[in-house]
Design a protein around this ligand. Structure first.
Ligand SMILES: C[S@@+](CC[C@H](N)C(=O)[O-])C[C@H]1O[C@@H](n2cnc3c(N)ncnc32)[C@H](O)[C@@H]1O
Length: 204
């Protein structure tokens, strides 16, 4: 992993995905989590502040050491235990049926093989476990979708492989989840990168 992805991007993402609107969405995504929770793309640990009291342990998966470094103070301040369970959502270092819930915020867009990452989440979730997701992706507006197609190569280059035209809900359903809650909306900012999917999916 190059210096940009490893060191600078985690810092940029930590600053960029902050502020009132982002924090409110993080709080919503974390609501209802409990027990042992897998978080893929843990980043700089910005979701820790939003975890409900019922969360006992976070199994964090994060490839960038820069993110893990920024997270250190947040981990120390977090009442839940935090441990790292690998560096890739596509190969989570946990046994089958071992977590009560899973969380992903602005991460499926960056995972090179999101179908594999989702299959891993399914594998480690206990039966009935829930996946809380928040991500940007494909807009239903053809005009915006055209800009997403044009600008995705630049987005990928600048933001560590981040894609803007993934159909997040379809990927989750195709991975065998049942989507229980889903909201789609634009966040503030350029429409091509701000069409959001926020929700909860369950495995049966
Ligand atoms: C846009 S950042 C979001 C970070 C964090 N989830 C947040 O909400 O602030 C995307 C994150 O996905 C991580 N990532 C990239 N490839 C990954 C992979 N294969 N498995 C897990 N995480 C990955 C990046 O290192 C980065 O921390």
């Amino acid at each position: 992993m190059g210096l940009w992805r490893e060191r600078f991007l985690p810092w940029l993402v930590d600053k960029g995905l902050s502020g009132d609107e982002h924090e409110a969405l993080r709080a919503k995504a974390a609501a209802g989590l409990e027990g042992r929770v897998l978080e893929i793309g843990f980043g700089s640990g910005r979701n820790l502040a939003h975890l409900p009291e019922g969360v006992e342990r976070v199994e964090a998966v994060e490839p960038a050491s820069g993110g893990r470094r920024i997270a250190a103070e947040r981990i120390a301040a977090c009442p839940a235990e935090v441990r790292f369970a690998g560096e890739s959502a596509e190969a989570v270092d946990l046994p089958d049926d071992s977590v009560d819930a899973a969380l992903s915020t602005w991460t499926l867009c960056s995972v090179p093989d999101p179908a594999r990452g989702l299959a891993e989440i399914r594998r480690v979730l206990k039966p009935g476990g829930r996946f809380h997701f928040l991500d940007h992706g494909l807009s239903p507006d053809p005009k915006v979708a055209r800009w997403q197609r044009r600008l995705e190569p630049l987005q990928k280059l600048a933001f560590g492989g981040c894609r803007v035209q993934l159909p997040i809900d379809r990927l989750i359903v195709d991975a065998g989840f049942h989507v229980e809650q889903l909201e789609t909306f634009y966040m503030k900012g350029p429409k091509f990168s701000c069409f959001m999917y926020s929700g909860v999916a369950r495995i049966d």
